[in-house]
Structure formats: structure tokens, C-alpha cells
Ligand binder design. Structure first.
Ligand code: F6P
Length: 551
């Protein structure tokens, strides 16, 4: 029976944490001049420096032992081979198959799924090339110029983050918009300047049952039909869907051939490699999308075959476990020194917190140790002027991942130099502080605050794919060692159910709720627009028209 917190290695690590509580990272470099070389890893265009951490060779080897004594190896093999590791939903977990560039079959229920994955990629290729080359025309014969992705969570964050990170690869004639919040201001702001003749909507929803996405999709459809001469007949040219629920997509009014399918064994937060990545293929082109998959595949192979002590995802995961379980770290800061990655923290929030925000293990037993951290972050150098004060002099222990790409275009070389040198300075300051002797003044920075530095040779589709897969596998490794199911998300169902219930009960002043909820419902009820007004709230968005007709 796997009992992590009662294991010999766990107890040894607890002892090591106490024993090394006052050790300084900076001293470790003095004791071992080769520390930087020994505690850095390279994979293709990715370089990881993990030497500024509070780990000694003895601690690292104990952490590796923790991984060896965990279900990690077995669960890793099970994931890649399509076994059912999402035990509560009785599903395989096969985002790795989506980017499998090898010839080996991957079986689900005894059937090789690679042919249907390749077919879905071909469909993505044909469609994205038609739109990009101006062959896919709107109802008035004009090419598509604006793509609006309507989705939330994994149906938004991944493609949104990747399109933003690779903006420099974007098709010059296309603009991309991502609607996710149910707040009508979100869709209103995006639709207002658009012309329905040249707008393509992608309704992205794995289940085709998410309230926010359906409300936004219906508002977009109403807006479109208000302007389209042939009404429903024109929907076909301007609405496509990405979903596992073909029937619901067709009921919404999307033609069967305009539905890009994917599978239940792809988790929402792991789905950008599937047809959920359609906006990515439209933006950077199908070849660029394949490069993204190839980068992730390279990281998959590294994760599968590299020895654990030379394995990037394993090292990142174990250092995280060291801080979470033996140093009380509650959060993990993600600080990209790259404006192109400003949406990466939000993406990693869902990836990590929806995967490992669990308190019951895969066998259904309550957990007696900490699991997934609160993931947060902001780009540098902005963070230096917002929260770095707390990170430098606050009372909390916050491990940091710095991420940057080394290449910039000539026009911004001076800025890029300032950006990178700021990051190096901050990582150095967090480690060394400015302890002049023991004098503690208001200006003193204690230092000994750890960080990882991840450097991408350049922000390419390949390197970005590898970076994303690195974090997917880091989350996987932590989940396997904590023996949790990282692939379900039962915690989000309660809120969804109550939202539907309360919106139904609010009119009848139900007394089924606690006094606070009831009191708030009465206030909201009082401020609800009349039902007529509610109908108009979102859809009275005039299309982007000029006096002489449409833009
Ligand atoms: O947040 C809950 C969740 O189910 C996520 O896992 C998912 O990515 C998101 O909602 C959207 O779900 P769908 O793609 O089915 O609309």
C-alpha cells in the first residue's frame, strides 16, 4: 500500500528540511563551483537552470528516491499507452497521442486511435488553409478577416495563450478574438467593431453544455443573423464548432462538416493539441501548428526516456514537491520576462490547479499532505513594480519560475537586453539578498529565495510546444507522486449546478438558502433589468458598419 507521508524517504526529507533550514543557496555555489553546470539541463531550444534552489545533491537524490518509490513510472507508462488512469471518469488520458509523431499505434478499447487523430489533423489543415488563402468566403463573397473563438477554460486559455505567444507568426490578413466570460461586456466589446460578412466564429466546447459558452455563442448567432440576408443559410459560412458533442453542435445550427471533433480522452486543459487548437492553425498556419506538436513530442520523448535525475519535468516537479511538502510553500509564481507570454500564468493556473487541486487520492482516501499549489504570475519587468516587494522582503516563501526567450528582433534589441538583465538581476537578488553582515535594516533583503530560470532560444512554435508539454508533465509527475487523479475536475460541478438553480429561483424569492444568499438574491432581483431589457442587453450590438454600408 502506497503511503507517501509514512514512507522512509518522506521522513528522511522532513529531517533534511529541518537540518538544512538555515543553509544558504549562495554558499552552495562557494562549496561547488560546478553547481551551475551540474544543475542545469538542455533539451533542444530549452535550457533549465535549477541551481538557485535550496537543494543539495543529497536532497535531490532523496527526492529522486521519492519518485522511484511512487506510482510515477507505472502511471507514466499507462498514460502513454492509453490505459484508464482518469479513474473517476473511467477514461484514458491521451493528449500525448495528439502530438505523437511516431509510427506506433495508440490503442483505446483495443482500437488504434492514430488514424482518426491524423484524419482530424487533415481536416484542420484543409480548413485552415482555405481560410488563410482567402478561399473560404463569407455570405457576401468576402474573405474572412476576423476569427472569434467562443470558449472558456481549456477551450480558451490554451489556444488564446499560444496565439498571443506566437503573434509574430500570425497571418497578416487575420485578426483573432477570444470571448470567454459570460459577462456581456466581453462579447459586446469584441463584436462591436466587427463586420459579420468577414467574421468567422469558432464555438469551442468539449461538452457543448457550458453555460457561458452557449450564451455567448447564441448572442453571437443572434448578432450575426440580424445582419445576414439569408439568415440560417449563411450560418454555414460563418460558424464552425470544435466539440466531442456533435449532436448538440448540429442542434445549435452548425453543419456536420463544419464540426471539428475530438475525444473524451482529451482533457479540456490538455486539449490545445487537438482541434481546440484550430485558432492556432488559422493564425500561424498548419505547418506552424505541426511544429508546436513536434516540440511537445520532443518533450514527451525526453520525459519518457531521460533518467529521472536528468529529466526536466521530473526535476521541476520534485523541486516543487520539496517546497510544497517540506517548506510549506502555498503558491508557485510564474514570471515570464516576455510580454508574448503574458497569458502563460493564466493557462498554467488551470493546468496545475484544476489538475492537482485535490484532497482525495486516486484510491478514494483523504490526503494528509499538501497537494497542488496556488499558481499565479505576471510578466516581468511589470511584477517588479507590483509584488516583488513582498517576494523580496515579505514573510512568505514563494518559489519562482522565470521564463524568457533569448532572441528578439533587431528593432527591440535594446529593450530585450534590459528585459533579460532585469530578470538575471532579480533571480540573483532573490538568492543573495543584500546581507551586509547581520545588520538588519528596513532596506535589508534576506535573500535565500529560490528560483528556476527557463530560457528558450527563441519564441518558436517548437520551443513553445516543448515548454507547454514540460509543464503538463511536471503537473503529471506531482500528481503521480501525490497519488491523485490529475485528470478529473469534480470540484467545478457544484458551482455550475447551483448557478443554474439560483438563476431559476431568484425570481420566486426562494427561502431555500442561507440568509446571506437569500439577501443577496433579493438585492440582485431588485436590480435585474426587465425581461424585455434583458433580451436586448447583449444582442443589440450594431455590426461594424460604415455610413456607406458595411466595413
Ligand atoms: O472548468 C471546468 C471545465 O470543465 C474545464 O475543465 C473545461 O476546460 C471548461 O470547463 C470548458 O468546458 P467545455 O470545453 O466543455 O465547454
Amino acid at each position: 500500500m502506497y503511503n507517501l507521508s509514512q514512507s522512509v524517504t518522506w521522513k528522511k526529507l522532513k529531517h533534511l528540511a529541518e537540518q538544512t533550514a538555515d543553509d544558504r543557496i549562495a554558499d552552495a555555489f562557494r562549496d561547488n563551483p560546478n553547481r551551475f553546470d551540474e544543475m542545469s539541463l538542455r533539451l533542444g531550444g530549452l535550457f533549465l537552470d535549477y541551481s538557485k534552489n535550496r537543494v543539495s545533491p543529497e536532497i535531490l537524490s532523496s527526492l529522486i528516491q521519492l519518485a522511484e518509490h511512487s506510482p510515477l513510472r507505472q502511471r507514466r507508462a499507462q498514460m502513454f499507452s492509453g490505459d484508464i488512469i482518469n479513474v473517476t471518469e473511467k477514461r484514458p488520458v491521451l493528449h500525448t497521442a495528439l502530438r505523437n509523431r511516431g509510427e506506433d499505434p495508440v490503442e483505446v478499447n483495443g482500437q488504434d486511435v492514430m488514424p482518426e487523430i491524423r484524419a482530424s489533423l487533415e481536416k484542420l489543415k484543409v480548413f485552415s488553409e482555405k481560410v488563410r488563402e482567402g478561399q473560404w468566403l463569407g455570405y457576401s463573397g468576402k474573405r474572412i478577416r476576423h476569427v472569434v473563438n467562443i470558449g472558456i477554460g481549456g477551450s480558451d486559455l490554451g489556444p488564446n495563450m499560444v496565439c498571443r505567444a506566437l503573434l509574430h507568426h500570425r497571418h497578416p490578413e487575420l485578426r483573432f478574438h477570444f470571448v470567454s466570460n459570460v459577462d456581456g461586456q466581453h462579447i459586446h466589446k469584441i463584436l462591436k467593431p466587427l463586420n459579420p460578412e468577414t467574421t468567422l466564429f469558432i464555438v469551442s466546447t468539449k461538452t457543448f453544455s457550458t453555460q457561458e459558452t452557449l450564451l455567448n455563442a447564441n448572442s453571437a448567432k443572434t448578432w450575426f443573423l440580424e445582419n445576414a440576408p439569408e439568415g440560417d443559410a449563411d450560418i454555414a459560412q460563418h460558424f464552425v464548432a470544435v466539440s466531442t458533442n456533435q449532436a448538440a453542435a448540429m442542434e445549435f445550427g452548425i453543419k456536420r462538416e463544419n464540426i471539428f471533433e475530438f475525444w473524451a480522452w482529451v482533457g479540456g486543459r490538455y486539449s490545445l493539441w487537438s482541434s481546440i487548437g484550430l485558432p492556432i492553425a488559422l493564425s500561424i498556419g498548419y505547418d506552424g501548428f505541426i511544429e508546436l506538436l513536434e516540440g511537445a513530442y520532443a518533450m514527451d520523448q525526453h520525459f519518457l526516456h531521460a533518467p529521472l535525475d536528468q529529466n526536466m519535468p521530473v526535476i521541476l516537479a520534485l523541486i516543487g514537491i520539496w517546497y510544497i511538502n517540506f517548506h510549506g510553500a502555498e503558491t508557485q509564481a510564474i514570471i515570464p520576462y516576455d510580454q508574448a507570454l503574458h497569458q502563460l500564468p493564466a493557462f498554467l493556473q488551470q493546468l496545475d490547479m484544476e489538475s492537482n487541486g485535490k484532497s482525495m487520492d486516486a484510491d478514494g482516501h483523504p490526503i494528509d499532505y499538501a497537494t497542488g499549489p496556488i499558481v499565479w504570475g505576471q510578466t516581468g519587468s511589470n511584477g517588479q513594480h507590483a509584488f516583488f516587494q513582498l517576494l523580496h522582503q515579505g514573510t512568505r516563501f514563494v518559489p519562482i519560475d522565470f521564463i524568457a526567450s533569448l532572441k528578439s528582433d533587431e528593432k527591440t534589441a535594446e529593450h530585450h537586453f534590459a528585459l533579460l538583465t532585469n530578470m538575471l538581476a532579480q533571480a540573483n537578488a532573490f538568492m543573495n539578498g543584500d546581507q551586509d553582515g547581520d545588520a538588519q535594516t528596513h532596506a535589508s533583503c534576506p535573500g535565500n529565495r529560490p528560483s528556476n530560470v527557463l530560457l528558450l532560444d527563441e519564441m518558436s512554435p517548437h520551443n513553445l510546444g516543448a515548454l507547454i508539454a514540460l509543464y503538463e508533465h511536471k503537473v503529471f509527475v506531482q500528481g503521480a507522486i501525490w497519488n491523485i487523479n490529475s485528470f478529473d475536475q469534480w470540484g467545478v460541478q457544484l458551482g455550475k449546478r447551483l448557478a443554474t438553480e439560483i438563476s431559476g429561483n431568484i425570481k420566486r424569492q426562494s427561502t431555500d438558502y442561507d440568509p446571506s444568499t437569500q439577501g443577496l438574491m433579493a438585492i440582485v432581483k431588485h436590480h435585474l433589468p426587465s425581461s424585455k431589457g434583458r433580451k436586448k442587453t447583449v444582442t443589440n450590438i450594431s455590426a461594424g458598419k460604415t455610413k456607406a454600408g458595411k466595413a
